[in-house]
Design a protein around this ligand. Structure first.
Ligand SMILES: *[C@@H]1O[C@H](CO)[C@@H](O)[C@H](O)[C@H]1NC(C)=O
Ligand SMILES: *[C@@H]1O[C@H](CO)[C@@H](O)[C@H](O)[C@H]1NC(C)=O
Ligand SMILES: *[C@@H]1O[C@H](CO)[C@@H](O)[C@H](O)[C@H]1NC(C)=O
Length: 356
């Protein structure tokens, strides 16, 4: 059960643990109460919330011929605990897009939860999407404990293997976290000129890069040499445009993995899947406008405090950090920025509702 992440359904999670504890050993009870003999036909999973159906977004005239008719590939992870966030993100992308029918979504999941897929189907009946199982064995034994438990869940590491999971005919993809909304046409991000780089993302060169790595890292000349010859800047791995072909050719999955192996032996950083990305790519990416990742809206990693918006234009709002807008809205203690997420919330109830 998902004890690693801030569950949006704490009560349901509790109920589920109760069901698991009470499960008789000979016969097994399904969540609906039916009894199967000898084997579990369906894995127990948290109750999937019910969502409103999103409107059918249709393509404009400009979408029927090149370059407007090109498919835009977007990758996200899919997990019952973050489903509400994923639904809001997808809605926001479609709603602000000139060519909403041109999208193909690629969802990475870890545990098979058919209800989650059918929930996407019924919420977005017109969405083109494919799902891929990320085998957590890929990262078994490679994940080091970070300062925040939520960062240690294997699905967070799936983005490292994205290029191996999606079909080879996908040449470029936008990877997005599930705790964000897009408030602009994402085609502007998608079309970025990568200028030969493998990855594009907003760069934050004013952030103190030193603090992402431990003293042990900086004091070891062999390790500290890593950034020689580049000007490393922080970037957030929650919003990335990836040249998938280059990623595969350059063996980037292995290169990120190698740093995870180093981390296993000596503690060279504190966060989860982000630092190994920085080690391989910082200072070597194509920088895009900051408007494409107004990050940190979740609040401080340790204190969960509210954050205000940075000045400047915004195309994407990202609730990275500890707090999530749906949890704060539900608890009636929202931060001001959470009201910007609320319009994209398709959540209806945690049980099938009779009212319409
Ligand atoms: C885009 O339109 C051109 C010309 O109409 C067509 O040849 C091409 O196959 C279309 N591409 C897609 C992905 O639909
Ligand atoms: C989603 O809908 C499509 C088209 O109706 C169907 O082929 C597919 O099996 C559905 N997937 C799930 C997981 O329900
Ligand atoms: C950056 O962080 C390191 C480690 O925490 C600290 O020693 C250093 O003084 C900081 N540099 C600046 C410019 O704030």
């Amino acid at each position: 059960m998902a004890s690693w992440s801030p569950s949006p359904f704490p009560l349901l999670a509790g109920l589920l643990s109760f069901l698991l504890l009470c499960r008789p050993s000979a016969a097994s009870a399904t969540p609906s109460g039916g009894i199967h003999h000898g084997f579990i036909r369906k894995p127990l999973s948290p109750e999937i919330p019910v969502f409103r159906e999103a409107p059918a977004f249709r393509n404009g005239e400009a979408c029927s011929s090149p370059p407007g008719n090109a498919t835009i590939h977007v990758a996200m992870t899919l997990d019952a605990n973050y489903l509400r966030g994923t639904m809001a993100a997808v809605l926001s992308i479609l709603q602000h897009s000139t060519c909403p029918e041109n999208f193909e979504f690629h969802f990475l999941f870890m545990r098979l939860e058919p209800e989650v897929f059918s929930s996407i189907n019924s919420t977005f009946p017109y969405l083109r999407f494919r799902v891929y199982r990320f085998d957590s064995n890929r990262v078994r034994g490679k994940i080091s404990k970070s300062i925040r438990q939520a960062l240690d869940q294997p699905l967070n590491y799936a983005r490292i293997y994205l290029a191996d999971l999606i079909p080879v005919d996908v040449k470029r993809i936008v990877y997005l976290d599930s705790d964000l909304v897009v408030v602009d046409d994402i085609v502007d991000l998608w079309q970025v000129d990568l200028e030969g780089k493998v990855l594009a993302a907003p760069e934050y060169c004013h952030a103190n890069f030193t603090k992402y790595f431990t003293e042990l890292f900086w004091s070891d000349p062999a390790l500290a040499r890593t950034f020689l010859g580049r000007r490393p800047c922080y970037f957030n791995t929650g919003v990335m445009v990836v040249d998938v072909e280059k990623w595969r050719q350059g063996g980037y999955s292995q290169r990120v993995e190698e740093w995870m192996a180093v981390q296993k032996q000596k503690r060279i950083y504190h966060l989860g899947s982000l630092p190994p990305f920085l080690l391989v790519l910082a200072g070597n990416i194509k920088a895009v406008d900051h408007r494409w990742n107004q990050h940190g809206l979740g609040g401080d990693n340790l204190e969960g405090k509210c954050r205000a918006l940075h000045p400047g234009p915004i195309s994407l709002l990202h609730w990275s950090g500890k707090g999530k807008p749906w949890l704060r809205l539900d608890s009636r203690k929202p931060c001001t920025v959470d009201h910007l997420w609320a319009p994209y919330d398709l959540y209806r109830s945690s049980k099938p509702s009779l009212e319409e």
